[in-house]
Design a protein around this ligand. Structure first.
Ligand code: GLU
Length: 448
């Protein structure tokens, strides 16, 4: 691991001591700190006035009970979270994740990353994240509805269009946002469109929001390719995952002339040398809510249960599944197979050891999730703009705005990396550019 600046080491040790056992949160903090040495050298006041220390302490953390009744009439119990991390730039903004792995450490790592990601978009949104250890897999629509209603019955008192604006993440899509918006509206007796994003088209949702994280990821990579006079044309691409981010990343890669040859879910991965048939994937994942192995069975292509999708040779790797899905061994395999770009569609999918392999490599370029996947939350902010002005924009206009935002994030990463003595490092550029924007706002607002 990169050695931290001495003063940052003591802040980091303090974060670890104050947040015991929250290993993903520690990892996310360390990744940012590893970029900050040149910043604190230039601007020691960020440490002296405890801006960095305050940034690591959420403004508010809410943990609550979520009881609900399953279809058999049994009472089930889950835990709900909302971590309102930083509101220097705007209302807390970030998704809700419903997955059995969710605990405070996951929510805090996601919330912490969200602060910098949201800052990078240039839009007026703070950082927050939430969710539950509820597992939607195998649950009926009625069970999911009852869970969402119970979750919102507590959450509603903490959120609002000027306070905190949740959206989706793993396990939370249009169906869940619909149930939660309905319950919020019923409890508050307000049609407050701007309280949630990712709403349905026709009741306050924005066109392109569904596609935005995946499309944005690919727009970012397109900029990386353009920076070396290259393009997606003829590129072999591997996309891990088969959720919302992965599906729309594949769609955009295909539109731009690349070929995605492998996708995965938590059980295994498929390889289709003819290029993934996205209509079939959408049907399996969005309609049937089934396993990716169905694709292999129906198309007669290879399915590898368990195993690592990163064994599949590619020019471009887009990890779009979940945190720490790509480890050092996978990174070495990608490198030896000639991969030239790794760009994170998911949040923190590469382990610190994998990132070290990428950054030490002379040819491969690596770009971190907080820059690459920022198109999702950026389009959420565009949804908030449409809600505030009671307007709705066309697909083409919104998509153009998304593409421009991704280009600007890309350029600001490279420019900031140059300015701070780390030319070409998307990681340093993203961390520093996001940090400076939030830190300056916090400084202007005094000790709060
Ligand atoms: N969950 C997404 C993310 O990781 C989107 C959050 C949002 O739209 O608020 O950025």
């Amino acid at each position: 691991m990169t050695v931290l600046d001495d003063r940052l080491v003591s802040v980091y040790d303090d974060v670890v001591a104050r947040n015991p056992g929250e290993v993903e949160f520690h990892q996310a903090v360390r990744e940012v700190f590893e970029s900050l040495a040149p910043v604190v050298a230039k601007r020691p006041e960020y440490l002296d006035s405890a801006i960095i220390q305050r940034l690591c302490e959420p403004e508010r953390q809410i943990i609550f009970r979520v009881p609900w009744t399953d279809d058999a009439g049994q009472v089930q119990l889950n835990r709900g979270f909302r971590v309102e991390f930083n509101s220097a730039l705007g209302p807390y903004k970030g998704g809700l994740r419903f997955h059995p792995s969710v605990y405070l450490g996951i929510v805090k790592f996601l919330g912490f990353e969200q602060i910098f990601k949201n800052a990078l978009t240039g839009l007026p949104i703070g950082g927050g994240k939430g969710g539950s250890d509820f597992d939607p897999k195998g649950r009926s629509d009625a069970e999911v509805m009852r869970f969402c209603q119970s979750f919102m019955t507590e959450l509603y008192r903490h959120i609002g269009e000027y306070t905190d604006v949740p959206a989706g993440d793993i396990g939370v899509g249009g169906r869940e946002i619909g149930f939660m918006f309905g319950q919020y509206k019923r409890i508050t007796n307000r049609y407050e469109s701007g309280v949630l994003t990712g709403k349905g088209i026709g009741w306050g949702g924005s066109l392109v929001r569904t596609e935005a994280t995946g499309y944005g990821t690919v727009y970012f990579v397109e900029e990386m390719l353009k920076a070396s006079d290259d393009s997606f044309e003829g590129k072999r691409v591997v996309v891990s995952g088969s959720g919302n981010v992965a599906i729309y990343a594949v769609e955009k890669v295909h539109q731009l002339g690349g070929k995605v040859v492998a996708m995965s879910d938590s059980a295994g991965y498929i390889v289709d040398e003819n290029g993934i048939d996205l209509d079939l994937i959408k049907d399996i994942k969005e309609v049937r809510r089934a396993r990716i192995s169905d694709y292999a069975a129906e198309r007669g292509v290879a399915y590898v249960e368990g195993g690592s999708i990163w064994d599949v040779a590619c020019d471009i790797a887009l990890p779009c599944a979940t945190q720490n899905e790509l480890d050092e061994t996978a990174a070495r395999t990608l490198v030896s197979n000639g991969c030239i770009i790794v760009a994170e569609g998911a949040n923190m999918p590469s382990t610190p050891e994998a990132i070290r392999v990428f950054t030490e490599h002379p040819v491969l370029r690596f770009a971190p999730g907080k820059a690459v996947n920022a198109g999702g939350v950026a389009t959420s902010a565009l949804e908030m703009q449409q809600n505030a002005s009671r307007d709705s924009w066309s697909f083409e206009y919104t998509d153009r705005r998304l593409a421009v935002i991704m280009r600007d994030i890309h350029d600001s990463c490279l420019k900031t990396a140059d300015e701070y003595g780390a030319p070409g490092s998307y990681t340093s550029g993203a961390n520093i550019a996001g940090f400076i924007r939030v830190a300056n706002a916090m400084q202007a607002m005094g000790v709060i």
